[in-house]
Design a protein around this ligand. Sequence first.
Ligand code: SAM
Length: 309
Amino acid sequence: MKKEFSAGFASYTLEKALVIHADCFAWMELIPESSIHAVVTDPPYGVKEYEPEQLEKRTNGSGGVWRIPPSFDGHVRSPLPRFTALNNGERKQMKEYFSEWARLVLRIIRPGGHVFVASNAFLSQIAFSSIAEQGFEFRGEVIRLVRTMRGGDRPKNAEDEFPNVCSMPRSRYEPWGIFRKPMLNGMKVSDCLREFQTGGLRRKPDGNPFEDVIESERTPQKERGIADHPSLKPQSFLRKIVYSSLPLGEGVVLDPFMGSGSTIAAANAVGYSSIGVERMDEYYQLSKQAIKKLSTIVLKDAQLELSLS
Ligand SMILES: C[S@@+](CC[C@H](N)C(=O)[O-])C[C@H]1O[C@@H](n2cnc3c(N)ncnc32)[C@H](O)[C@@H]1O
């Protein structure tokens, strides 16, 4: 798999994973058509928060889209990207960005292949509609139940005047769009499974269907200690999504916005082949240590562990 998929970019392998240092837009142009079975990814939501200029502002703590959430319990929080800072022009840019991204994914994924895309409650409509307009079927959303620090604030600079008002809900969930590349004409799911190993989702290890509401948690300190990435997702959640993404447990899962490699670690943990692509050298280098450590974390969820033995 290495030569065909590394496409001349720097890369390394770790267990069943191939990790590539590249811009995923450029990389996707180069790899074979219909060669990927599923995509599980957490893109830059507002497109610009992972631009070098914004990351520098984050490091310096000086404005930009990264803001420190208000402290209400004495704990200092890490900065979160503030997406309401996007203006109309940036929203249009975001639409074009996800349209182009979806166009490229549509070529490289197999018919019937599923794509899971992380978003947030008020930008998902832009990202998800752009992806569907490129020809993907929208198959609903996974709701990751998690208490985030977003929203719920009193009106800025008028907190005492309006103590009983919050300007928007305190977010309690993260939506993950579920998309499927249309199956070939006249194909049933069973035909697609036989021909492409795609078309459906893998049931849970106990035989129950994969469900679209998942009780989750904020990423545990232990995992954040391994991978210092501002958008690190928890293994307890990612392993469930990755597991479900290959209906027969066969094929390749891609994360084109890999970050520190948490999706790839989840794939290694459940024994799947995977490819991760990351543009920033810092995160690509970080992944070399992080993937192995994250993948060996033992979860409390005994049922998922069962599937791995
Ligand atoms: C939201 S973060 C994903 C973090 C990941 N969930 C984790 O747990 O580490 C998005 C990542 O995509 C990377 N990225 C942004 N644009 C990219 C591109 N065009 N190609 C590849 N990676 C890109 C960013 O550097 C960032 O690390």
